[in-house]
Design a protein around this ligand. Structure first.
Ligand SMILES: NC(=O)c1ccc[n+]([C@@H]2O[C@H](COP(=O)([O-])OP(=O)(O)OC[C@H]3O[C@@H](n4cnc5c(N)ncnc54)[C@H](OP(=O)(O)O)[C@@H]3O)[C@@H](O)[C@H]2O)c1
Length: 358
């Protein structure tokens, strides 16, 4: 069977049997064994779908939640809903009202810089960073942002790569406190396997653009960048061991989930999707269980070369594509990324990157 046919069969199987694949995953409230009360958590893309469901659970578990969103009125609305939920669930447990909105538009590298500057200036530890926001502009024409980057490349990969690098000082601050570790969770996609290599010569698809190709490439690039960063962090030593053991990087596939991801498709298709697909696919809350698993399960961080710290919608370690495991490609994507984001790096982030590159 050709690679394409295998991938297509795999995706079809996943869609049809998604609920069955996840049949053993506990309900959201029972996910994880680590107490995360009072931890500082940033969730990007929290105004819809999987990110919103994850934000609900982080709020329910009394985290200090930073809602990173591009639309302040959507953020305010969500904050109101979360506070109302916390109030209703009150009970004997102290409910934390520490839910804050911070503006982050991943289609602008300047916005990423502003967000990180504001967060780092608070000098608080960042315990969990959930890089969840993403786009899949299915069927839509190619969109270029900043006159330079294709939308998927910028939103799903480059911006959250930059965000992670800029927030490293806060992540390392968390790694020195409490449990001595922080977590970065990359909400990736099984579709990363539909890309057989990052197009260094034409990353924006000036030729042969298709939304599926651009989406798959952005997710493969995120995968490779994350692998490279994990390796690089090993060279930063501190009193409590290498930064790699203190900042845990995890990548996951949330499953096939009914969300607003179809927003660029014609209305009739969206209606059909919202009517039929919930029979097969996961709800946003079910899709967010893997995110909560990464944030709260002591077994989630399996840093072996076998699985590359990647797990599936059933919260079990799984193998990424052969391309996503390639260390030489990871190094190339790392170098390409640094070339692009260098002008946006803070002094502190630059020093950390230099320490990693020795
Ligand atoms: N749904 C699936 O089946 C599935 C499968 C595999 C992987 N995933 C991944 O899961 C993640 C969440 O997707 P979803 O399905 O929950 O999609 P969704 O319902 O469309 O939510 C996407 C979120 O990302 C935000 N976002 C989009 N562009 C942004 C930007 N430029 N700056 C800041 N925020 C931005 C959106 O904000 P607005 O509300 O302002 O638009 C929204 O909050 C994505 O990374 C996606 O690739 C989803």
């Amino acid at each position: 069977m050709s690679r394409w046919a295998k991938d297509f069969a795999g995706v079809t199987y996943d869609v049809l049997f998604q609920r069955w694949i996840c049949r053993k995953v506990p309900a959201m409230r029972n996910i994880g064994d680590e107490d995360i009360v009072g931890l500082n958590v940033v969730v990007t893309g929290c105004t819809s779908g999987i990110g919103k469901a994850a934000a609900y659970e982080f709020a329910r578990r009394d985290c200090n939640l930073f809602l990173a969103c591009r639309n302040s009125s959507k953020g305010e609305k969500l904050r109101g809903e979360l506070l109302e939920m916390c109030r209703k669930e009150g009970g004997s447990k102290k409910r934390n009202n520490n839910i804050r909105i911070m503006i982050l538009d991943l289609s602008s590298l300047d916005s990423v810089v502003c967000f990180a500057k504001e967060f780092n200036s608070m000098k608080v530890p960042l315990d969990v960073l959930v890089n969840n926001a993403g786009v899949f502009a299915m069927g839509a024409p190619r969109t270029m942002c900043l006159g330079k980057y294709e939308l998927h490349l910028l939103t799903n990969f480059l911006s959250n790569g930059l965000l992670t690098l800029l927030l490293l000082p806060s992540l390392l601050r968390a790694a020195g406190s409490k449990g001595g570790k922080s977590k970065v969770i990359m909400v990736n996609s099984k579709l990363h396997q539909m890309c057989t290599g990052f197009k260094f010569g034409d990353p924006n698809f000036d030729k042969g653009y298709h939304s599926k190709k651009a989406y798959a490439q952005s997710k493969l690039a995120q995968f490779l960048f994350t692998n490279a960063l994990r390796t690089k962090l090993q060279s930063i030593e501190g009193a409590k061991g290498s930064a790699a053991s203190r900042v845990q990087l995890m990548t996951l596939h949330p499953g096939n989930v009914t969300t607003d991801v179809v927003r660029t498709l014609p209305n009739i298709v969206q209606k059909a999707y919202n009517t039929i697909m919930p029979l097969f696919l996961l709800s946003p809350e079910e899709g967010a269980r893997s995110t909560l698993f990464a944030a709260t399960a002591s077994t989630a961080n399996d840093d072996s070369k076998e699985v590359f710290n990647y797990f599936n919608s059933n919260c079990e370690p799984t193998m990424p594509s052969v391309e996503a495991r390639d260390p030489a490609e990871a190094q190339k994507v790392w170098e390409w990324t640094l070339g692009e984001v260098d002008p946006y790096l803070s002094k502190e982030a630059k020093e950390l990157v230099l320490a990693m590159n020795v």
